[in-house]
Each structure stands twice: as C-alpha cells, then as structure tokens.
Design a protein around this ligand. Structure first.
Ligand code: ADP
Ligand code: MG
Ligand code: MG
Length: 459
C-alpha cells in the first residue's frame, strides 16, 4: 500500500499523528492522491471499457434511442474508483438479505395486516388504493400463490453520527441495476488490475458481483417449478410494448408497474388484475409489492411487529439494528420535531423510482400544510430520520467528463427468494449495488440523474 492510501483509509490515525493537513486531505480516501493526468488516462480507459462491455444506457438526446436497439447509447454514469467501505458493514448487509426475504414472504401472507396497515393510506393515495383493490379482490377469491418469487434490493447508508448501517428502504418491485452494477464492479477490478500499483489499491478487494446471473437463475428456477416446458417468461416493460403471444406464461417479471405513470389508462390496471388472477408466478405478486411500500417499512419498525412474523430472536435483533427512526404522520411529537428541525428528517410518499421525497424547508412547509388540510392527507406519507453518511472525495464520470466531488454512498444488497409451498428453493444474498452522489444532493437515483454507479473497496 502506498502511504497516501493508508492514511486515507484511517482518518482518525491520520489526525492523531498530528500531521499538517488541509481539510480536503483529511477526508480524502483514494481520490486525493491521484494526479489529474493520471485521472484523464484512467477515465479514457474506463470509457473505452464501458463501450466495449455494454456499461451503457439509452441517450435521451438521440432520436431513436430506446426504440431502435443499438442506437443512441451513452456510458452509464459511474464513479471512477470503488468507494472504500468497511468489511463489517458489507458482511452485515449481506447477512440481512435472506432475513428480509423471509420477512417479506411472511408479511405477504398476512392479507389482513397489509390491508389494515395501509387502510388510512388508501384514503389518501389513489395509486396505493388501486393496488389495494387488486389485493382485496385476491383475498375475496382466496387466491393462493404456491410458488413465490422475490427479487429484492435492500438499501442502506452508514450513518456518520452513530456509525450504524441503517436501512433506507426495501424494494420488492423492479429492483433496478442488477445488470449494470455487475459491470461496474468488473470495470473497477479491471482498472485496478492496470492502475492498482500506482494507486496503492488491490483489485481483489472489490467483491465480485453476480446479481444479474443470480436473478436470471432465480427466474429460470421459478419457470422450472411452474413445470410447463411450453410456457414463457414475460417481462412487463415501460412504453408501448404488449406481450400477446398466445403461450402460457410461467413467470411475469414487472420491470414496470411501480409508478402511477405506468398505468395511463384502465387497460393497464386491467392487465395487472388479469396477471394477478392468473396462475403465472408474479415477480412481485400484489402482496409482495405492497410489502415494499414505505408505509409497511414504517409499520414493521414499530415495537413487537417483527415478532408477529419471525420466530428467530437473533434475526429479529439483526433487522431491528438496521432500522432508522420511522414515524407515521399521526405521531404528533414526531411531526412537531420535524417542523422544528426539518433537516433531521425525510418526508416520503408511497412512491418508487427516486425524486419523490421532501427535504429541508420544503418538508417543514409540507408538514404545516398537511396539518392544516386535516387528518386524511397525512396517511399518504411517512417521516424518516435523515441519515448522514460521512462524505469523501470521488471522481464522478458523466457523459465522458469527470468531476471531483465530495460524495456519499448508498449500498444495496440484492436478494433472491423462491419458494414452492413449504420448500424454500432459493434464499440468498446475490450481489450488490453501490450508488454514489454529490454529498449536497438529497435524492439518490441514477436514472433520475442524481447519482452514479459505483462498487465497493473493502477496508
Ligand atoms: P425510492 O423508492 O424512490 O428510491 P428512497 O426511500 O430510496 O425512495 O429515497 C430516494 C433517495 O433519497 C435515496 O436513494 C437516498 O439518497 C435519499 N434518502 C432516502 N431516505 C433517506 C434518509 N432517511 N436519509 C438520507 N437520505 C435518504
Ligand atoms: Mg424504492
Ligand atoms: Mg431507493
């Protein structure tokens, strides 16, 4: 290891040795010590690698992009070097994945819990209300799902104040970036193979990422359980695409359907209901989808709720340890604190895909307004403790240009779960997603334009 790297990996040690340091150096892990010429060179290689290996996304500025395959592609935004990340948090997040998978499955079977917990939200949020209608209809006809497939992603940040790995949210529908995150890990390993000596970095400390192949394997195994060799797998996507091929469908994977925009007319709701009624394995089923709402995240964090669903007290303790503060807006004390100190909270509606949360002064105003509007509206949101990860410099690359920024990261671990009646066929952690964003940005979506894709460097 070069000295520069060792220092940055151990900030406290650096300070204790009493060296003369500028602020910037003190918080610098990998990024500080790299000369701009070398950064240019590494970025060039990274861009070539991205083009050759498909670390690309559609470029909205190019006509035909997203319609004609192979037309209008640009490299996905990425962080040039993997973000240092302590091994113990990595282990903790990996260990949590199968426990959350199991929890989701158990909660999904308790239709009454889901309906009750979301009953007030139903009055306040039209989208959640439609999802609950489908769910009610399934309860009425006693619809059972013998084979259940979950492809999830649990997201975390390390809170700088408490040094705890805290969960941001749990995604049960369209858990994104399984494909690109694997490529970014590979890109980083590749760059460290070439430049690791210069940078004092060891490529073996970037954990391998198998999210995409493990997810594909889970879908294939679900298809296998369905046991009809002429059946197909349907992927529900955004846009005009419809799949009407007259073949039985073994597995329906929802890449779309998590946002109201995906249901522009009654036809889409009709299709969702039809799929739910069918014998196809849904990923996710309507109950898995509902378990992933922010409201259920908040309900599960209440005292004694996990105990309703899980027996193992060690598992329960592990889950609880990663729960941040979560409150309903009917909690007058929490709302009062949030109005007084809005920067310590995040206000979240029941939405997915990034860009929906409310922060800071907007949060304060929104809460005051909601209180004035009366009780019903409050149920559309939850309040969450704001997590403050420690920032460190990183090279963020967008559209071929690099920026050196003070950045914070969010780690997601993918989990696959496949169950047929009493037989658990898969329950695994199967890869990760690191997203890094400028520390001053509130939101974190990559597609939404706030964050870049990253991987981790175990320390
Ligand atoms: P979505 O389902 O839209 O992804 P999230 O709950 O993940 O909703 O919130 C979006 C982003 O907002 C996260 O990726 C993260 O960057 C930021 N965020 C969410 N909750 C918190 C929190 N409690 N503390 C700090 N940042 C948060
Ligand atoms: Mg989400
Ligand atoms: Mg999220």
């Amino acid at each position: 290891h070069s000295r520069a790297f060792d220092l940055t990996m151990d900030r406290t040690g650096f300070a204790e040795r009493g060296e003369e340091v500028e602020d910037e150096i003190a918080i610098s892990p990998i990024a500080h010590s790299v000369a701009p010429d070398l950064v240019d060179e590494i970025v060039y290689d990274a861009l070539v690698w991205s083009s050759l290996h498909g670390l690309v996304v559609g470029d909205r500025r190019v006509e035909g992009s997203g319609i004609v395959p192979g037309v209008g592609l640009v490299h996905a935004p990425f962080s040039l070097l993997p973000m240092p990340f302590p091994k113990r948090y990595w282990r903790q997040a990996s260990e949590l994945a199968p426990i959350f998978n199991e929890l989701v499955d158990r909660v999904s079977l308790d239709g009454k819990f889901l309906q009750d917990a979301l009953s007030r939200t139903k009055q306040a949020d039209a989208f959640t209300s439609r999802l609950l209608d489908i769910h009610s209809e399934m309860l009425e006809i006693n619809k059972t799902e013998d084979i259940r497939l979950g492809l999830h992603r649990s997201d975390y940040m390390v809170d700088g104040e408490t040094n705890l790995l805290l969960q941001i949210e749990f995604n049960t529908i369209s858990s994104s970036f399984a494909g690109l995150s694997c490529l970014v890990s590979e890109l980083h390993r590749n760059l460290l193979n070439h430049y690791g000596k210069n940078l004092g970095l060891d490529p073996r400390k970037v954990p391998g990422n198998t999210a995409v192949s493990r997810f594909a394997e889970a879908i294939a195994k679900a298809w296998n359980e369905y046991n009809n060799t002429s059946a197909v797998v349907t992927i529900v996507v955004q846009g005009e695409e419809r799949n009407i091929d007259g073949k039985p469908v073994a597995v329906v994977y929802f890449r779309a359907g998590y946002t109201p925009n995906d249901y522009p007319s009654e036809a889409e709701w009709g299709a969702r209901l039809l799929i739910e009624k069918s014998s196809a394995i849904k990923c996710p089923s309507i109950s898995y989808h509902l378990v992933g709402t922010k409201k259920i995240q908040q309900e599960l964090a209440k005292p004694n709720v996990l105990e309703r669903f899980l027996d193992n007290s060690e598992d329960i303790a592990k889950l609880r340890k990663c729960f941040a503060g979560l409150w309903s807006l009917y909690d007058a004390d929490a709302v009062k604190s949030a109005i007084e100190k809005p920067d310590l909270f995040v206000l979240k509606p029941q939405r997915e895909g990034g860009g929906n949360n409310i922060y800071g002064d907007d949060l304060r105003k929104a809460l005051i307004e909601l209180q004035q509007k009366g009780t019903e509206e409050l149920a559309a949101y939850i309040l969450m403790q704001r997590i403050f990860p420690t920032a460190s410099p990183a090279f963020l690359v967008r559209e071929g240009v690099w920026f050196r920024e003070n950045a914070i990261s969010e780690l997601g671990t993918y989990g696959a779960y496949l169950r047929s009646k009493d037989k658990v066929i898969i329950n695994d952690q199967c890869g990760y997603l690191m997203r890094t964003k400028v520390s001053s940005s509130n939101e974190g979506g990559v597609a939404a334009g706030y964050a870049v894709l990253d991987s981790i460097y175990l320390t």
